[in-house]
Structures are given as C-alpha cells and as structure tokens.
Design a protein around this ligand. Structure first.
Ligand code: ATP
Length: 239
C-alpha cells in the first residue's frame, strides 16, 4: 500500500539562546505509524517535540504536517489542525474535576455533540476516569493522571500524537499498562511519535526508531532492526 508522510522535519535547527539543542534534524512519520525517538538525557528529544508543536521556534529548516509548512505556525493553531502534544509531566489542573480537565482538552472542538462523543470514547478507553470524573484531577494516582493527560489529548481527535515520556515516574506495572494503552491507540489508527526512556519497550511497540545524539540523528531504522543490533542497544539504549 502506498504510504503517506504525515510529518516531515527537514534540516531542523533549534536552541535556547546560545545553546544549540538541535543541529540539523531530518525525520519522517508516515500516516498510521508509531515512531520512537530515543537518546540519552539532553540529546534533544523534548526539544524536537516542542519544535514540532510550535512551543519552540526552529532557527532553521522546515516542519511539514499533512503537506503544509507549519514551521512558523502558532502552537494553538497547530493543535487545532490535529497535531497534539502531551508534554513531559502530567500537568493535571488542581481544583478542576477529571471531567473539567478533559473539557479543557477539547478547546479546539466547537461542536458539543462531538465533545460528548469524544468524552465517551475517553471514558471507554479509561474506565477509571469515568468512575472518578467528578473528583479532583490532582487527587488521581500518577498512572491515572497520565491517563488523564492522554485522554485530554484525545479530546482533540488528534491526527498525530506527540508523547513525551508517558511512563516517566510510574511504577513498573503502570509503565507496562501505559505502554499497552499507547499500543491500543496506535492499533486504532492514531499516528504517534513517542519519546520514551525505556528504549527496549519503545522499540517493541514502534515501527521505526530514531536515535538522537547531541542534537543529531545518530541512527535510524526499523524498530526490529534497531532492537536486534547489540552495539546499538549497548551504546544508545543504556544497557
Ligand atoms: P531529557 O531526556 O533529559 O528530557 P532530551 O533529550 O529531551 O533530554 P532536551 O530537553 O531536548 O533533551 O535538551 C536538549 C539540550 O537543550 C540540552 O543540552 C539541554 O540542556 C538544553 N535545554 C533544554 N531546555 C532548555 C532551556 N529551557 N533552556 C536552556 N537550555 C535548555
């Protein structure tokens, strides 16, 4: 079947003041695929996601989403087009119920019927959120808050989901559970770009992987190929 490129980065550079974080990144995500971005702390993974979603401005290069140049597009407009970023940390809003947290996620969705339908879908995917929908979001456990953060992103009806370390800080059992949810989203057709500390796990789920090193793409390939390469596993996957 012909594959269609949903996201494309071409020679992206970005940084913070004089700090160069990304030094010429080329990356592609095909529609329907799950791609993982790996690398040591400080390699530039988070900056790559932020540059895609418009939270950090590229100093050079091009980001294209669904065939359109979004390099200079404001973050809220990028989200409105269906490119949704779930940042590191869970960012659940204290003092708001689970339901209100989800409704905030749907700010791009004008039609109330669509909002209701999306909320039902989120509740079907995460029954614990349905059960706790009237409770304060910040009182959920770490794993439940991660579900809420993902659920809030799903309220947009994303065409592309950027996930930054969804398993961070979770107990091992919840890491597996969270990854199973990511897998289900992918199987249901959501295109995903995943940053994950647990490289071995990420390469099991993803179709394709990129290894970042000091703001460069050091290596890329089919996930199965990267996983099978002992030198890669030792040098870049922290084993
Ligand atoms: P981690 O796994 O630790 O989050 P990462 O691969 O996501 O690492 P980035 O957070 O993208 O890496 O950081 C890339 C580089 O940019 C690092 O050298 C980092 O110190 C620097 N950096 C990141 N955020 C800022 C900032 N707000 N101000 C200045 N430098 C920053």
């Amino acid at each position: 079947a012909p594959t269609e490129t949903l996201l494309e980065l071409e020679n992206i550079t970005a940084g913070y003041g004089r700090i160069v974080a990304l030094n010429g990144i080329d990356l592609k995500v095909q529609t329907g695929a799950m791609v993982t971005l790996l690398g040591a702390n400080g390699a530039g993974k988070t900056t790559t996601l932020k540059t895609i979603s418009g939270l950090v401005r590229a100093s050079g290069g091009t980001v294209r989403f669904a065939g359109e140049d979004i390099t200079q597009t404001p973050a809220h407009e990028i989200a409105r087009r269906g490119l949704v970023h779930v940042p590191e940390g869970r960012h659940v809003l204290r003092g708001l119920s689970v339901r209100e947290n989800l409704e905030l996620g749907a700010f791009t969705v004008k039609d109330p019927a669509t909002r209701r339908k999306r909320m039902d879908e989120v509740f079907a995917l995460f029954p614990v959120l349905a059960k706790r929908q009237h409770g304060d979001g910040s009182l959920l456990s770490g794993g439940e808050q991660q579900m809420l953060a993902i659920g809030r992103a799903l309220m947009h009806g994303p065409r592309l989901l950027l996930l930054d370390e969804p398993s961070m800080g979770l107990a091992p059992k919840l890491v597996i559970e969270t990854m199973q949810i990511v897998k289900r989203l992918s199987e249901a057709g959501t295109t995903i770009l995943l940053v994950e500390q647990n490289a071995r796990l990420a390469l099991k789920l993803a179709h394709y992987g990129y290894v970042l090193e000091s703001g460069h793409i050091r290596m890329q390939g089919e996930a199965a190929t990267l996983r099978a390469d002992k030198s890669i596993v030792q040098a870049y996957l922290g084993e």
